[in-house]
Design a binder for this molecule. Structure first.
Ligand code: ATP
Ligand code: MG
Ligand code: MG
Ligand code: MG
Length: 439
């Protein structure tokens, strides 16, 4: 992409309304624009990041055996009356009427709808287990939307729903998502710790929130510090092998980690002082086993091996890609701007032309741009007629992992400069060497 032809509306001023660094940087870098309180347009650079996040989520969901579909954002109130949640959900639900005065709603989550789909088609235990997910916009009329896309009213969520014949196999489905989540967040360069979370009125021990430690987080959390060093599970884990999946989960549940709602002060105090982490955190994912909470009232039943009807055991598994965009920035930035991990970066390399109009510099830039693009590297080429200082500031702000800087002086000696955004390390190389390093 050539910057002169792109849409990257950088703000000069730091927006005053933004209280946390990710919100400030996303506004300044022209990634998002607020259209109403808690409702954002994703501008091109932001959308690239959001799509990269969703792609990783999708890959790891698929790897764990979940199957993607797409449900609508607008749901009929009928389904929610069946589960009993239409009244319970309260003001967070955006309620709508169509021209026939039918009650509808903008979905805050999809347990009811997926249960309706399941019961329409699935009849036998032989069709289980089944895990269906989608990545779709949700609406929750949050009392206090804030921190930009971190807590917005309209937000993107990946929500998966598992269906099993009994509690034991439902636990395996839960464990698979647990492992998939560990991998998903690690691939984004995040250390997300699964913490025992509130299961609400259903009870049981099966709910975990995946939390990133950050001073700007809204949750108060407590955990053993060793979790910060745990390695994520490998890509080749066999998701059908119950024992090995359980093994990973057991390891990640072996030490203390809880959200404030589930905090056991006595157990935490018993930890050695230097192992105690009491911090603030951002909830980026939440997994939940709820048994027959929806299948019973909504009659999602299958025939078991003995021919008798059984209500299926369910779980739901959420990740917030739009919140993650902000959370990754909270975890990875410096005074000059964002520092994207390679896996999420909107572009891989920022190519900076220091003297647009200089025939040799233009030619060298175009050559690198073409060759690297053809090699499959996502390039953002700053070919604007701007001061070098402004170009460097833009590149640092948007945080692409690598900067390739081409100017007349270096080029006279056959050299370009390469800067690593994270470490700040600079190397002087020939264009060919730079190409080889980046491919
Ligand atoms: P929170 O405690 O932050 O309000 P939640 O517990 O209500 O979140 P869940 O119902 O567990 O959220 O939804 C699953 C995931 O969706 C969350 O872990 C989070 O990543 C994301 N999410 C939830 N609410 C929002 C929001 N208002 N804005 C952005 N992402 C959200
Ligand atoms: Mg909430
Ligand atoms: Mg929560
Ligand atoms: Mg939650």
């Amino acid at each position: 992409m050539r910057l002169s032809r792109y849409f990257l509306p950088i703000l000069r001023e730091t927006p005053k309304e933004a209280e946390i660094v990710s919100h400030r940087l996303m506004l300044r870098a022209g990634m998002i624009r607020q259209e109403q309180a808690g409702i954002y347009a994703w501008l091109p650079l932001g959308l690239r990041v959001l799509n990269k996040i969703s792609a990783i989520v999708r890959e790891e969901q698929n790897r764990a055996g979940a199957i993607e579909l797409l449900m609508p954002t607008i749901q009929p109130a009928e389904l929610w009356r069946e589960s009993g949640r239409y009244e319970d959900y309260g003001k967070e639900m955006l309620r709508i009427k169509d021209r026939h005065e039918r009650d509808m709603l903008f979905g805050p989550t999809n347990e009811e709808m997926i249960t309706e789909i399941f019961r329409a088609y699935v009849r036998s235990y032989k069709d289980l287990p089944l895990n269906l997910y989608h990545i779709q916009w949700k609406f929750r009329d949050e009392v206090r939307p804030r921190f930009g896309v971190m807590r917005s009213r309209e937000f993107l969520m990946k929500d998966a729903y598992s269906f099993d014949i009994d509690a034991e196999s439902a636990r395996h489905s839960y464990n698979k998502m647990f492992v998939a989540y560990l991998r998903t967040f690690a691939r984004m360069g995040l250390t997300a710790i699964p913490m025992v979370a509130d299961t609400g009125p259903i009870g049981g021990d099966l709910s975990h929130e995946f939390i990133i430690l950050a001073s700007t987080g809204e949750s108060e959390v407590f955990c053993h510090k060793d979790y910060l060093e745990f390695a994520p599970p490998p890509a080749d884990i066999d998701f059908d092998d119950r024992a090995s999946v359980q093994g990973v989960v057991d390891k990640w549940r072996s030490l203390y980690a809880a959200t404030s709602e589930m905090h056991d002060a006595k157990a935490f105090d018993a930890l050695p002082d230097d192992a105690k982490v009491s911090a603030r955190g951002i909830e980026v994912g939440h997994i939940f086993y709820f048994g027959t909470k929806y299948s019973q009232p909504m009659r999602a039943v299958v025939n078991g091996p003995d021919g008798k009807e059984v209500a299926v055991h369910g779980g739901s598994y959420g990740i917030g890609p739009s919140r993650l965009a902000a959370a990754i920035i909270e975890a990875s930035h410096d005074d000059a701007g964002m520092i994207w991990p390679e896996s999420i970066a909107p572009f891989h390399v920022g190519l900076v032309n220091l003297k647009v109009g200089d025939a040799a510099v233009d030619a060298a830039c175009l050559d690198l741009y073409d060759k690297l693009s053809r090699a499959g590297i996502d390039m953002l080429y700053d070919d604007r007629d701007e001061r070098p200082g402004a170009k460097f500031a833009t590149m640092d702000l948007i945080g692409l992992p690598h900067q390739l800087i081409v100017g007349p002086k270096g080029l006279a000696e056959g050299k370009v400069e390469m800067k690593n955004r994270r470490s700040g390390a600079r190397e002087t190389l020939s264009p060919d060497e730079a190409f080889n390093k980046l491919t």
